[in-house]
Design a protein around this ligand. Sequence first.
Ligand SMILES: NC(=O)c1ccc[n+]([C@@H]2O[C@H](COP(=O)([O-])OP(=O)(O)OC[C@H]3O[C@@H](n4cnc5c(N)ncnc54)[C@H](O)[C@@H]3O)[C@@H](O)[C@H]2O)c1
Ligand SMILES: O=C(O)C[C@H](O)C(=O)O
Length: 320
Amino acid sequence: MARPKIALIGAGQIGGTLAHLAALKELGDVVLFDIAEGIPEGKALDIAESGPSAKFDAAMSGTQDYADIAGADVCIVTAGVARKPGMSRDDLLGINLKVMKSVGEGIAQHAPDAFVICITNPLDAMVWALREFSGLPHEKVCGMAGVLDSARFRHFLASEFDVSMKDVTAFVLGGHGDTMVPLVRYSTVAGIPLPDLVKMGWTTQEKLDAIVQRTRDGGAEIVGLLKTGSAFYAPATSAIEMAESYLKDQKRVLPCAAYVDGAYGLDGFYVGVPTVIGAGGVERVVEISMNKDEQSMFDSSVEAVKGLVQACKGIDDSLK
Ligand SMILES: NC(=O)c1ccc[n+]([C@@H]2O[C@H](COP(=O)([O-])OP(=O)(O)OC[C@H]3O[C@@H](n4cnc5c(N)ncnc54)[C@H](O)[C@@H]3O)[C@@H](O)[C@H]2O)c1
Ligand SMILES: O=C(O)C[C@H](O)C(=O)O
């Protein structure tokens, strides 16, 4: 049986890391696409030359021609611009919306059966726009953010409790911005919810509040340190987790920016929610019950994303 084909649209910091991880995990053959001549070809060759030592079998190639992504099983989109210190993700909307248009058209023409994972920011609005421009089925187009935000939350919690990250679970829902909603009640250490761990004296409410805020600011913290761009190792690893669940029909329960139609009182809207990802794409949106405070934070986050979607419609007439 032929190996799956993975198209990476954007061969920058995340695109290159995605290619390397996909090769190391032998998820399939990789095509890197970018408008910057030489970059996708150079990264593909460099990673291919690591194969004999790393001992993977995967073909790697780079291109500026969308025809080369033909028949891709998975497309992961990082094309566009990343923020620098002093910018918010939302400042990228205008420039990255134009990129989503060309990418959406390229995928529609050459890889219409692919499972598409958008990473480009501002994430929730960009995945919505990418779906509109590509016209692919909603369950085959989703956005990566919740896995990353939850991983950051889990990392901070594991450090605070001095336990293995493997035993920490967490869910961060809502839009991938300052309004994201780390769900404390649904986050656990070995199944013990965080509020119980506060009662058990493992941490204090103040420390937990600070971790929640650090999670919300997680992207900006890295941007402030790197200065030339944004995070790429953890974002790439998160998207690979989603792609693997699709390719291997693992049916992982992962938070991602998915099309929510009916659940959470939403009628046809992309925002971060828990989902099941399997061979059918986003096979299920998991609707969890929220208390008043959680619901109000989620609602504010949805409103923030709605504002960005409106801004997209104001920029590109074809989106109305
Ligand atoms: N969703 C998330 O959680 C998350 C996490 C980190 C970064 N991001 C976002 O991901 C995006 C990529 O980040 P990065 O660090 O890889 O950036 P990067 O600048 O390193 O790479 C972006 C690449 O896109 C290419 N590109 C630009 N326009 C293109 C087009 N029209 N077609 C094809 N390629 C094009 C550029 O040449 C560049 O190589 C940014 O928008 C960033 O904000 C999102
Ligand atoms: O913060 C950014 O601009 C990149 C990304 O959204 C992140 O959370 O790391």
